[in-house]
Design a protein around this ligand. Structure first.
Ligand code: AMP
Length: 431
């Protein structure tokens, strides 16, 4: 039996890896244009971190976290999300003092033991951003502008930003009570999961996908109708600013999000064509989390995009090859052992000019090498056979024109002079 990968853990093959890098580059560009600085965070954290932040009764911690006891007895978790780590790092490294209004972003794998399906994996990657130290509505609006700009830069199709307010410590407890009261009255219509949520995490009753629960909860009280005056004013101001900035959002009073730490503004970005797992990203405000993790009383708001879903929602239809196939511009074709060394040396020098140069095997016949050049979509083939080695000059095949240029350049020529020669025989875009 072959050893296979673990269920829910997948390999990212070269075409997808190239698209992911392009997505990451585009996202990084937007984040940096907003003043965000990158932070690298560990993959492993103490389990306690997520129990205290995401919430011990959340699905993520209760059911999905990969956790184990280390040799010294400490409970260790593979991180299921990035916000808790970012906040921990912000506090632990004294950034609350040195960077009291801080904008940080991160990317990397997250781990959740969910039921795998299209767009849902047990290891997936997120690109996340956290904005610390501002509790005003303009910070929320700026964050949503950033979210919209990332979607545009990545080219996500058919996005919609759902927005809600989850209230705060002043108004949510009473609402929570009203909601569980309503839930208790309808308990016989709820699924077993929701019955368990009734007392512990009643907000989650609102976003259960079970049709019976949906029907039972259709007339449930909504947070948006129970906001206290400051939360109401904050929410209205966020909406007003987004209108001025030209960012379209959709009010979704049933969107609650799975993590305990959110307050006031919460949002989710959904994209069309993704099926059941249509959220490409989500986030919200988490004032109180910095203090809960041992820092000062400091506000925060952030979000995370799922890299796999950004890819699914932005990839060109039916075109799996895009980026990777376009990348190789030149195939170096040494024919015979004598050409192997000069070909290696020439390829290295050409790469230093920024060209992509792939080496063929000197043991293969030219015809087979040409076939490969076709397959990878090479623009030029630099042919080094016995005649070329003897004369010290290369033959170049222009793959587009299907034309050979004998003795186009000398093997010892300056690399930039060679590039100029290539440009003269056929326009090409260097990337
Ligand atoms: P969350 O941290 O749950 O708010 O998730 C933020 C984003 O991460 C979601 O909108 C998804 O795009 C992505 N995501 C969450 N869980 C998974 C998963 N199991 N597989 C793939 N992507 C995920």
């Amino acid at each position: 039996m072959n050893v296979t990968s673990i269920k829910g853990f997948r390999d990212v093959l070269p075409d997808e890896a190239a698209r992911r890098r392009a997505i990451l580059d585009a996202t990084r560009g937007v984040l940096e244009s907003y003043g965000y600085a990158e932070i690298e965070l560990p993959l492993l954290e103490k389990g306690e971190l997520f129990q205290r932040s995401v919430g011990a009764t959340s699905d993520i911690v209760e059911k999905e976290m990969y956790a184990f006891e280390d040799r010294d007895g400490t409970l260790i978790a593979l991180r299921p999300e990035g916000t808790a780590s970012a906040v921990r790092a912000y506090v632990e490294n004294g950034l609350t003092r040195s960077l009291p209004v801080g904008r940080l972003w991160y990317s990397g794998p997250m781990f959740r033991r969910e039921r795998p399906q299209k767009g849902r994996y047990r290891q997936f990657s997120q690109i996340g951003a956290e904005f610390f130290g501002r509790d005003d509505a303009a910070a929320d609006a700026e964050t949503l502008c950033l979210v919209a700009d990332i979607c545009a830069a990545v080219g996500v199709r058919g996005t919609r930003i759902d927005l809600n307010s989850l209230g705060d410590a002043a108004c949510r407890p009473a609402y929570r009570e009203a909601l569980s009261e309503y839930g208790r009255l309808h308990a016989s219509e709820l699924c077993t999961d929701c019955c368990a949520r009734l007392e512990r995490n009643p907000l989650r009753l609102l976003d259960c996908k079970n049709p019976g629960c949906k029907a039972a909860m259709s007339a449930a009280p909504l947070m948006i109708d129970h906001l206290c005056d400051p939360c109401r004013a904050h929410h209205d101001e966020v909406l007003r600013l987004l209108g001025v900035a030209g960012v379209a959002v959709t009010a979704n009073p049933r969107m609650v999000r799975g993590l305990d730490y959110y307050c006031r503004t919460a949002f989710e970005v959904v994209a069309e064509g993704l099926g059941a797992q249509d959220a490409v990203g989500g986030g919200g405000r988490y004032d109180g989390l910095v203090a809960a993790l041992g820092g000062p009383d400091m506000a925060g708001i952030g979000f995370a995009f799922g890299l796999e879903r950004l890819d699914l929602a932005s990839r060109p239809d039916g075109d799996d090859l895009g980026v990777a196939a376009a990348a190789v511009k030149i195939l170096m074709a040494p024919v015979g052992e004598a050409a192997a060394g000069p070909a290696l040396a020439l390829a290295r020098r050409l790469r230093q000019t920024g060209l992509r140069v792939e080496m063929e095997s000197p043991g293969r016949r030219l015809k087979a090498q040409m076939k490969h050049a076709d397959k990878i979509g090479a623009r030029f083939v630099v042919i080094l056979g016995d005649a070329e080695i003897a004369s010290g000059r290369a033959t170049v095949r222009d793959m587009r024109a299907q034309l050979d240029h004998a003795s186009l350049f000398g093997l010892a020529d300056d690399a930039t002079a060679i590039v100029t020669k290539l440009e003269q025989i056929g326009q090409f875009e260097q990337r």
